[in-house]
Design a binder for this molecule. Structure first.
Ligand code: ZN
Length: 124
């Protein structure tokens, strides 16, 4: 899941970057080939100048979102709750230690039983 988020973030970054670059290129040189290409796909709704501005701002925001996505995907493992399962395991071991078992047949023994009640062998 983390890898998917990182790759998505990188793709969003690239898309945002290109949108931003298109917007900047359109605003700097309004008769550029970039402006001509974009104007073909953005029919008449906005002027070239407006389209350039929209692309520049939207691209910048998308670029930032991409950066946030990929950075958080890299940071999350450090904050994740890894200690929880380790604690549970430790608790389980403690419970196991509390139960005294026979050295020979591993039958459960009472706290101060010297002889095993199952096989009768001494535990000392
Ligand atoms: Zn025994």
């Amino acid at each position: 899941m983390k890898k998917v988020q990182f790759i998505t973030g990188v793709i969003v970054m690239i898309v945002g970057f290109f949108a931003y670059r298109f917007g900047v290129a359109m605003n700097i040189a309004k008769s550029s080939t970039v402006a001509e290409i974009v104007s073909k796909y953005v029919p008449g709704l906005f002027s070239l100048e407006q389209t350039g501005l929209i692309l520049e701002f939207a691209g910048g925001i998308i670029l930032l979102l991409g950066i946030i996505l990929s950075v958080t995907s890299l940071m999350e493992p450090k904050i994740s709750y890894v200690p929880a399962p380790v604690q549970e395991e430790a608790e389980e071991e403690e419970i196991k230690k509390e139960v005294k078992r026979c050295k020979f047949c591993s039958a459960e023994l009472g706290e101060d039983e010297i002889f095993c009640s199952a096989c009768g062998k001494s535990q000392q």
